[in-house]
Design a protein around this ligand. Structure first.
Ligand SMILES: Cc1ncc(COP(=O)(O)O)c(C=O)c1O
Length: 772
C-alpha cells in the first residue's frame, strides 16, 4: 500500500509510543521502503515491526487488514504473517497525541522472518511454483469470507486499471506510449468485460517482490495487507506474475511456473485463464504509468522507480508476441487452452476467397484481419488482439449483445414463418417502431436489407405519384441493386460506373459547408443548398416522383448539412408534388444523440423513411415507414411479399435492439461520448494543420484531412496511412468521401469514454508519425 511520506514522527516519538502503549523497550531500526516502519528488537530477544499508520489510512482499513491476517493465519498455510500485537489495553492501534504535533497512530506486528523476494538470490523454479501455491492457498483460505470493508477500490485495484489511462500522455517516448496504450487496451477489451463473472474473494492484492518473503528457496511469509480487497481471485496471480517474470529472457516460461503452483492448489478455470495475460498487461501498464505520474511529482525519489526499467524491459519482451500465444504459454501447465485456434489461417482463407468468392468483393486493410469474435465495441482477431470498432454502425448496441442474441435464439426455437400468417411480433414491432417517429409516419413495411428497403421506397414514391424522375444527392450511395446503383452517384460516377446518370436521375449538389459550392454552417448556407434543389427541379422540365437523401451524408464524406437545408429542399420538392424520401440506413436509431432520427436535426418530416443496418444489430433486416395514404396507393392490386421480411425472428431481434437502446440509455450515451470524441479530435486541429475539419453529431463523426487549409487539397494518402496505422494500434477506422480523405467514425453505440480518449491520444500520435 502506498502511503504518502510525511515528515513523520521521529524515532523518539515512536519509541515513546512503544513504551507507553505496549510496555516494550528496545532498539528501533527504520526499515527500507516507502512507509515508516521500524524493526523493534527487545532486550529479551523478541522482534516486531512497528508500523506507523499513514494519514490516509482509515480505522476500517486497518481493521480489514487485521481481520485478513488473522483469517490467513488461522488457515495455517505454512507461512508467517505480520499478526497484530495488541496494546496493553487490548487495542489494535496505539495512538499518541502531543500538544504540539499531529497524533501518531501505529500498530505493532509480529516480525516475519526471511528476506524479501527482491533481495533473495535469483528464484528457482521450485520457488516460483511455491509462490503460486502460497498465493492460491491464501486465496482459498479467504474464499467465501464476508468482509464488507473489502468491497472497496484503490489506486492499484486491477479491475479499475483503466483509471490510469489518462496518464499515458505523461510518458514522454511515443513508442512507449504506443505499447502502454496497447496493454491497457488489451486489459480493457479482453479482461474487463469478463471480470464480473469470475469467482471473487478477498485477495492480498499486492504480492510484489518486496511483500513476498522467502527463506531457503521457499516462500516463508507475506506482508503488507494494505491493498487487500474483494476482487476476482485471478487478480492475485496476475499481480504477482510480473515480479516473478522480471529480468527473464523467457518471462512466460517463468510465469508458467507460478501458474503451475497456483493451479495445483486452486485450479484455474478457462475463463480465468482467458483474462490472465491481459490482467498481467494491465498491471504492468499501471506500474509504468504510475512511474510517469510520479516522475512529474518528484523525479529524484529513487525508491519510486526501483522496478521501472525492469518493468519496461519485461513489457518489451511480452509485447513482442501475440496475446493469444502468451495466454497459451502461461496456461500451459493447466492443460487448458484459453485461445483454441479455430478454422483456417489467414493466408489459406485469402486463397480460398480468391478461388471461391467473386473478386468484386473487397477486403479492408493492407494486411487483412481474420476476426474470430465480437463483443461490445470490440472485435478480436485470431491472434488474440482486440480492435476497437469505430466504423461498424450495424452492431449498434454492441457486437453480439447477449439480449439480442438471446431474443433471436429464443424465437428461432419457437417459430419462424412469414407475414402471410398472423403472429404478435410483426404488429408489436411495427407499433414500437412507429412510436419513435412523427405521427404521420404510421405505416410499416419490413424487409431484409437497406437496398431492398430503398427499392421499395422508390416503388412507393413512383406508384404514389405516377412519375419516375428522381432527385439524388451527389456522392450518395443507396444500395447495390440495379436501380439503386442508378441513383447512387457514389457508384455510377465512381470506378466501373458509366460516369453519368440515367435520364430519369437528377443530381443535386452535396450540402457540404466545408468544401462544397456554398461554404458555411449557418442557415443561409443551408437554404442556398436547398435552393440548389429547386434549381435542378426547374431544369428538369417535368414533375418528379421525389427526392431521396440521407439525413447526414455518409459515403459523401460524413457531411452534416447546414441547418435549414432539408426544410428548403423539401419545400421545392413538395411544390411540384414530389415525395421526400429519407435514407436513415446509416445514421438512424439514436446515433446522432440529440434525436432518434437524424432528419429530426433538420426539423422536417419526410414522407418515407428507410431504415437498415443497426435495426437488427447485425441480423439482416430493414424497414420502410411511410404515411397511410402513400402505403394505400401502393396497394393497387399487385401483392407485396418478401419471404423473410418481418419474420418472427427478425421482429424479436428488432424489439430486443429497441429494448437495449432504452435500458442502456444509448442515445444519451451517444451524445455524451460522441461530443467527447468530436471535441477531442477538434482539439488536435491546433496541433496538426492537416486536420482541416472535424464534424459530427453524436457518434457520427468525420475528420477531413487536407494538405492545405486554404486550397483544401485532399490528403488522401495520409488518410489511408492513418487508417492503417490506427489499425496496427487496435482501432478500426475507414476513409470515405469523394476524395477518400475523410476519416469515417460511426462506432457501435457502446463505446466508452476511456475508449474515446484512447482514440484521441492515438490519433495525435499516429498523425505525428506520418510525414507532412
Ligand atoms: C445510406 C445507405 N443506404 C442503403 C444502403 C444499402 O444497405 P444494404 O447494404 O443493407 O443493402 C447502404 C449500405 O451501405 C447505405 O450506406
Amino acid at each position: 500500500m502506498e502511503t504518502p511520506v510525511t515528515s513523520g514522527p521521529s524515532r523518539d516519538r515512536a519509541r515513546a509510543l512503544l513504551e507507553g502503549a505496549y510496555g516494550l523497550t528496545g532498539t528501533l531500526e527504520r526499515l527500507p521502503g516507502e512507509n515508516e516502519n521500524y524493526r523493534v528488537d527487545t532486550p529479551d530477544g523478541r522482534r516486531f515491526v512497528l508500523k506507523i499508520a499513514g494519514s490516509d489510512q482509515t480505522a476500517a482499513a486497518i481493521e480489514l487488514e487485521t481481520q485478513v491476517v488473522e483469517l490467513a493465519h488461522a488457515a495455517d498455510i505454512g507461512i508467517a504473517f505480520p499478526r497484530v500485537v495488541r496494546t496493553a489495553s487490548g487495542a489494535v492501534t496505539a495512538e499518541a497525541t502531543t500538544p504540539d504535533g499531529p497524533g501518531l497512530r501505529a500498530r505493532l506486528l509480529d516480525f516475519v522472518p526471511g528476506v524479501a523476494w527482491s533481495d533473495a538470490p535469483a528464484a528457482t523454479r521450485d520457488q516460483r511454483i511455491d509462490l503460486g501455491r502460497t498465493l492460491a492457498r491464501f486465496d482459498r483460505a479467504l474464499d467465501g469470507v464476508r468482509l464488507p470493508a473489502a468491497r472497496r477500490t484503490h489506486r492499484w485495484d486491477l479491475t479499475a486499471a483503466g483509471r490510469h489511462r489518462s496518464n499515458i500522455s505523461l510518458i514522454a517516448d511515443p513508442q512507449r506510449r504506443r505499447i502502454v496504450e496497447a496493454l491497457f487496451h488489451l486489459h480493457a477489451a479482453v479482461a474487463q468485460p469478463r471480470l464480473a463473472r469470475l469467482p471473487h474473494g478477498v485477495i492480498h492484492g499486492d504480492a510484489n517482490d518486496e511483500n513476498v518473503f522467502v527463506d531457503g528457496g521457499r516462500v516463508s511469509g507475506l506482508i503488507d495487507f494494505g491493498d487487500c480487497l474483494l476482487n476476482p481471485m485471478v487478480c492475485e496471480l496476475a499481480i504477482a506474475l510480473p515480479y516473478a517474470m522480471l529480468d527473464a529472457d523467457d518471462p512466460l516460461a517463468r510465469g508458467a511456473d507460478v501458474v503451475a503452483g497456483y493451479d495445483a492448489e486452486r485450479p484455474l478455470s478457462l475463463a480465468e485463464l482467458q483474462v490472465l495475460f491481459p490482467l498481467v498487461c494491465g498491471r504492468l501498464a499501471v506500474t509504468v504509468t504510475v512511474c510517469a505520474e510520479r516522475r512529474r511529482i518528484d523525479p529524484d525519489r529513487s525508491s519510486w522507480f526501483v522496478t521501472e526499467d525492469r518493468a519496461w524491459a519485461l513489457i518489451s519482451r511480452l509485447s513482442a508476441g501475440d496475446p493469444a500465444d502468451a495466454g497459451r504459454r502461461l496456461a500451459a501447465p493447466t492443460g487448458l487452452d484459453p485461445h483454441p485456434t479455430t478454422g483456417a489461417p489467414k493466408a489459406t482463407l485469402l486463397e480460398a476467397r480468391r478461388r471461391r468468392i467473386g473478386r468484386a468483393l473487397s477486403i479492408a486493410y493492407d494486411d487483412p484481419l481474420k476476426i474470430v469474435r465480437g463483443s461490445g465495441p470490440y472485435l478480436y482477431d485470431d491472434r488474440g488482439r482486440p480492435f476497437l470498432d469505430l466504423v461498424n454502425n450495424v452492431c449498434h448496441v454492441g457486437h453480439c449483445h447477449p439480449r439480442v442474441v438471446e431474443a433471436g435464439q429464443r424465437q428461432m426455437a419457437v417459430l419462424n414463418t412469414n407475414t402471410r400468417y398472423l403472429y404478435d411480433g410483426l404488429t408489436e414491432y411495427a407499433d414500437r417502431l412507429c412510436a419513435t417517429l412523427p405521427d404521420r409516419l404510421d405505416t410499416c413495411f419490413l424487409l431484409n436489407s437497406g437496398s431492398e428497403a430503398n427499392e421499395l421506397a422508390l416503388r412507393l414514391a413512383m406508384t404514389h405519384t405516377g412519375r419516375r424522375d428522381l432527385l439524388v444527392v451527389d456522392g450518395a450511395y443507396h444500395g447495390h441493386t440495379s436501380t439503386l446503383i442508378a441513383i447512387s452517384p457514389y457508384k455510377f460516377m465512381g470506378r466501373g460506373g458509366p460516369g453519368r446518370p440515367e435520364s430519369w436521375v437528377h443530381v443535386v449538389p452535396i450540402a457540404d459547408g466545408y468544401r462544397g459550392r456554398h461554404r458555411g454552417r449557418d442557415l443561409a448556407t443551408g437554404r442556398a443548398y436547398g435552393d440548389d434543389v429547386g434549381r435542378v427541379l426547374d431544369g428538369i422540365g417535368r414533375p418528379v416522383a421525389g427526392f431521396i437523401t440521407e439525413s447526414l451524408l455518409s459515403c459523401g464524406g460524413q457531411v452534416i448539412p447546414p441547418p435549414g437545408y432539408l426544410a428548403r429542399a423539401f419545400e421545392h420538392v413538395r411544390a411540384v408534388g414530389g415525395l421526400c424520401i429519407i435514407d436513415e440506413v446509416q445514421v438512424g436509431f439514436g446515433r446522432v444523440g440529440s434525436h432518434v432520427w437524424a432528419f429530426q436535426l433538420q426539423d422536417v418530416v419526410p414522407d418515407i423513411v428507410v431504415m437498415g443496418k443497426p435495426i437488427g444489430n447485425g441480423h439482416p433486416m430493414a424497414a420502410v415507414v411511410t404515411t397511410r395514404a402513400i402505403a394505400d396507393s401502393f396497394a393497387n392490386g399487385m401483392e407485396f411479399f418478401t419471404t423473410f421480411g418481418g419474420n418472427p425472428v427478425s421482429c424479436a431481434i428488432g424489439m430486443a435492439v429497441l429494448d437495449v437502446m432504452r435500458d442502456e440509455a444509448l442515445q444519451a450515451h451517444a451524445l455524451d461520448v460522441g461530443t467527447r470524441l468530436r471535441d477531442g479530435l477538434a482539439g488536435l486541429m491546433d496541433v496538426d494543420p492537416r486536420i482541416g475539419d472535424v464534424r459530427g453529431e453524436g457518434l457520427f463523426i468525420g475528420v477531413e484531412l487536407v494538405r492545405d487549409r486554404l486550397t483544401l487539397e485532399p490528403a488522401r494518402d495520409e488518410a489511408d496511412r492513418l487508417v492503417n496505422l490506427m489499425k496496427e494500434r487496435g482501432m478500426l477506422l475507414s476513409t470515405d468521401g469523394p476524395h477518400g480523405n475523410v476519416i469515417k467514425i460511426k462506432p457501435p453505440m457502446v463505446l466508452d469514454a476511456e475508449d474515446v480518449d484512447m482514440v484521441v491520444r492515438s490519433f495525435a500520435d499516429v498523425l505525428a508519425e506520418i510525414p507532412r
